[in-house]
Design a protein around this ligand. Structure first.
Ligand code: GTP
Ligand code: MG
Length: 196
């Protein structure tokens, strides 16, 4: 739930990167952390296993300038994609304002993408959200790999809401900030609509 503090003139929003294991969620945050002005971002916190799989979450706070005199801060989280960490995913979704669904473009990961999307819908509903209305963008990551599905195929498989979609190579940063800006835009539109 976005938090507006009128006395300190701050808006805080929570964005969650969701998607199957190894699709590149943590890599997105690492790239944002690396490329953002240190004044505009806080520390990145990663709770990972020894093999770098996300164990609980990654967290990165970023500042995005002012809107009508209010400082805007976005708290970026990733969930652990591995199927058995579902309780953690549910917890991390609490209070979410916007979702980046990160899909793995590799042909071998299509079932995992669909499974993760279904899991997202279930967990959003459980938290009282309508999965068809929450601000969301989709990222088709790993476009640099050889055996990938076409964007049209991915769109047909995943993007049933026809939300903004971005091709990405998170390791080199292609599409990473476009994705972030896309979800922030939707979150702010939603915030304006709700506070009217
Ligand atoms: N070739 C290629 N590799 C990528 C890309 N994005 C991420 N990777 C690699 O994929 C692996 C998994 O990336 P992570 O960011 O840890 O994946 P994750 O979604 O956070 O995985 P979990 O924490 O287990 O859910 C790492 O070795 C990354 O370097 C990409 O666009 N292209
Ligand atoms: Mg991770």
């Amino acid at each position: 739930m976005s938090f507006i503090n009128y006395s300190s003139k701050e808006i805080n929003c929570k964005i969650v990167y969701y998607g199957p294991g190894l699709c590149g969620k943590t890599t997105n945050l690492q790239y944002i952390h690396k490329r953002m002005n240190p004044h505009a971002r806080g520390k990145m916190i990663s709770l990972a296993t020894e093999t770098e799989r996300t164990l609980f979450f990654d967290f990165l706070p970023v500042a995005m300038g002012e809107i009508r005199g209010f400082k805007t801060r976005f708290h970026l989280y990733t969930v652990p994609g591995q199927v058995f960490y579902d309780a953690s995913r549910r917890l991390i979704l609490r209070g979410v304002d916007g979702v980046v669904f990160c899909a793995d473009s590799q042909l071998t990961r299509m079932d995992a993408n669909v499974e993760s999307l279904e899991n997202l819908k279930i967990n959003l509903r459980e938290q009282g959200y309508d999965p068809d209305r929450i601000p969301m963008v989709i990222q088709y990551n790993k476009r640099d790999i050889e055996h990938v599905s076409s964007v049209a195929e991915l769109h047909a498989l995943i993007n049933y809401r026809n939300v903004p979609e971005y091709e990405a190579v998170a390791t080199t940063g292609v599409g990473v900030f476009e994705t972030l800006k896309g979800v922030i835009k939707l979150v702010l539109i939603d915030l304006t609509r709700r506070s009217r």
